[in-house]
Design a protein around this ligand. Structure first.
Ligand code: ADE
Length: 237
């Protein structure tokens, strides 16, 4: 999978070179390219923003540097079809595990990390001629820009690309999986630690009982921590 990220703070994305995604890049499973939007400006100050028409607080990102940056990414796109352009924004559709699975199928993802009050709306009209555009939010709170949201999405998507997570079994029993339940609690050695004990059942060797206990824990956690997910789970076919 190829991923391009455009930002005025490309250093934010350095974290993508660490850990699992860094290894996946070294192994050739993922290609991640980060681009500085300011390289697509022509004035002395490398201006990417201006005041909003109609007035109001803050600044708006100019459309032309975005179009130029996106055109330069398009020139080297490996995708046979339109690449997917993800624009992180708190006013987008919710990004979740099923979106991550869907996007992990794409050949080429491009992230456009906006700042300030957003990007001139005409950029989106233009972009739809060349990309499948998805405006996506990582949660109901406001970040200073799209970079942290892009990091979260790239990590959630990238780890679903075949081969990136060494043991694919570990993707099966996760929170937000098919069953719509949160993950059960986990423990490791020692069995007694600072007066806290590992639940007896996990030391019993009775795999049937352990599976049953874990299911109960998943249900209890989901019911108490995420009543919204519990409601959905109970209404699942
Ligand atoms: N940019 C600022 N806040 C955001 C959010 N919650 N999700 C995605 N992008 C954002």
């Amino acid at each position: 999978m190829r991923i391009d990220v455009i930002s005025i703070f490309p250093e934010y994305l350095n974290a993508l070179n660490l850990s699992l995604l860094g290894k996946a890049q070294d192994a050739g499973l993922l290609e991640v390219n980060v681009h500085d939007l300011r390289n697509h400006t022509f004035d002395r100050h490398k201006t990417v923003d201006d005041t909003p028409y109609g007035g109001g607080a803050g600044m708006v990102m100019k459309p032309e540097p975005w179009a130029l940056a996106l055109e330069s990414v398009l020139e080297t796109s490996p995708a046979a079809q339109k690449p997917v352009l993800i624009v992180p924004t708190p006013s987008g559709e919710g990004f979740n595990q099923s979106a991550a699975y869907e996007l992990a199928e794409a050949e080429h993802l491009v992230f456009a990390c906006g700042r300030y009050e957003g990007i001139d709306e005409r950029m989106f009209h233009w972009a739809r001629e060349h990309f499948w555009v998805r405006l996506m939010s990582v949660g109901d709170y406001v970040l200073n820009g799209g970079e942290v949201a892009a990091l979260a999405m790239v990590e959630a998507i990238g780890r679903l690309v075949p081969g990136v997570v060494g043991n694919p079994e570990s993707l099966v029993e996760e929170s937000h999986g098919d069953e719509g339940l949160l993950e059960y609690p986990v423990y490791t050695k020692p069995s007694s630690w600072r007066g806290y004990e590992v639940p007896e059942i996990l030391l019993s060797g009775d795999h049937g009982k352990i599976a049953e206990w874990r299911k109960e824990q998943q249900a209890e956690r989901t019911r108490t921590r995420r009543p919204d997910l519990w409601f959905k789970h109970q209404n699942m076919a």
